[in-house]
Design a protein around this ligand. Structure first.
Ligand code: GLU
Length: 449
């Protein structure tokens, strides 16, 4: 291992011992950067990696909201503004009980590389709260979003930071967050948030963008392997917005998603989540707030396996699209034993580091990293910002064409970078290198900040 990387990793571990998710992602990213760091001794002199690892700003705030029984509740809100060297901070907000500083830092660090990879001028940030939206009424969600924005508004804005959705934050929440932002600021400043409703500056294709983008990226991988998406079966985890987009686009292109998963287990639908009725039902399931995937099996009469993940199922392609650390070593072994060729990460850091290494070491397996595969969401957020800034409203076709092109560029530039450093078709290292290089160049040019 490169001595500089080794030292920085050791220092990061010592400094952030209480933040396992954050350490996991730093380790994964830095281990990919070895050939680049080897060629640039000036980075060490400029303490570039140390600066990249330290967020520019961490905001932590109290969120007090009232439930329907007039009882007060206190949650913790976060925004980690990681790196704005190449553009204003950009990244989602996550509302989930698992949210803590380690999780938000890991997501913000990943976001910096992801946003850079899109080729758009966006820095990286992430935020959220340990608030659990499950079982909350619409009014409670609204009051929570308003209270959350009270803690956040002064740190965001056009040219500053533009948050969007993530787990637990969809169109409804963005609407409430933006309404409160506009009320406080007394102005219609809609570039301050993305993922908005169509009537107040939202972009067509934003809800579909992460799932569509993931399938476009997959198409590039298949093309590289002289293969085609037609007739392929895909094992997915999760059943939220991203899965919905994957199911929709896969069905359009003649492939089928055969598994979905939730906290309760997974469903196996060998006919595929392909019909409009089935795909629409995903939205219904999500909106119901039950957070159970068994509802799908009950409705469509297919197999439900309680308490398990779908990684033992035979399929052509694996797409973990739920949340972090969804695939560990034991599950990775099942995937390899099933002879699966394509492992396409979708959720942020869905694979533990040991499992990821193991999968990458398989000769006949192509592994694609989430920071590239799921970059379609933030890309269309970037396109939403451009439309807002220029008072434009692009058609769905225009946005979709741009999204497809961005995803192709991400794949092709990652593949080319890995090739350039003699790493072969290594999309994981390639994405880290491309994402890193642009931010590194900007930081080197801007002096010791
Ligand atoms: N949460 C999504 C992501 O991780 C979207 C972020 C955004 O649109 O700003 O990329």
């Amino acid at each position: 291992m490169n001595k500089y990387i080794e030292r920085v990793l050791a220092e990061t571990k010592a400094k952030n011992a209480q933040e396992p998710e954050f350490l996991q992602t730093v380790e994964e990213v830095l281990s990919s950067l070895e050939p680049v760091i080897d060629q640039h001794p000036e980075y060490e002199e400029a303490a570039l990696l140390e600066r990249m690892i330290e967020p520019e700003r961490v905001i932590e705030f109290r969120v007090v909201w009232e439930d329907d029984n007039h009882k007060p509740h206190v949650n913790r809100g976060y925004r980690v503004q990681y790196n704005s060297a190449i553009g204003p901070f950009k990244g989602g907000l996550r509302f989930h009980p698992s949210v803590n500083l380690s999780v938000v830092k890991f997501l913000g660090f990943e976001q910096t590389f992801k946003d850079s990879l899109t080729g758009l001028p966006m820095g990286g940030a992430k935020g959220g709260s340990d608030f659990d939206p499950r079982g909350k009424s619409d009014r409670e969600i609204m009051r929570f979003c308003q209270a959350f924005m009270h803690g956040l508004w002064q740190f965001i804005g056009p040219e500053v930071d533009c948050p969007a959705g993530d787990l637990g934050v969809g169109g409804r929440e963005i609407g409430y967050l933006y309404g409160e932002y506009r009320r406080i600021k007394c102005m219609s400043e809609n570039v301050a948030l993305s993922g908005k409703g169509l009537s107040f500056g939202g972009s067509l294709v934003r809800p579909e963008a992460t799932g569509f983008g993931a399938v476009y990226y997959l198409e590039s991988v298949l093309q590289h392997e002289n293969d085609t998406i037609k007739g392929k079966t895909i094992a997915c985890s999760g059943f939220g917005n991203v899965c919905w987009g994957i199911c929709t686009k896969a069905a359009q292109l003649g492939a089928k998603v055969v598994t979905l998963s939730g906290p309760d287990g997974y469903v196996y639908d060998p006919d595929g989540v392909c019909t409009k009725e089935k795909i629409d039902f995903l939205l219904e399931m999500r909106a119901s707030g039950h957070d159970k995937v068994q509802d799908y099996a009950d409705k469509f009469g297919c197999q439900f396996v309680a308490g398990e993940k779908p990684w033992g199922v035979k399929a052509d392609i694996i797409m973990p699209a739920a949340t972090q650390n969804d695939v560990n070593m034991e599950q990775a072994k099942k995937i390899v034993a099933n002879g699966i060729k394509y492992y396409i990460e979708v959720a942020n850091m869905p694979t533990t580091n040991d499992a990821l290494r193991y999968l990458m070491d398989q000769k006949n397996m192509v592994v694609a990293p989430s920071k590239a595969v799921n970059a379609g969401g933030v890309s269309v957020s970037g396109l939403e910002m451009s439309q807002n800034q220029e008072h434009l409203c692009w058609t769905a076709e225009e946005v979709d064409t741009k999204l497809r092109q961005i995803m192709k560029n991400i794949h092709d530039s990652s593949a080319a970078a890995a090739e350039r450093y003699g790493l072969g078709y290594n999309l994981v290292a390639g994405a880290n290198i491309v994402g890193f290089q642009k931010v590194a160049d900007a930081m080197m040019a801007q002096g010791w900040v």
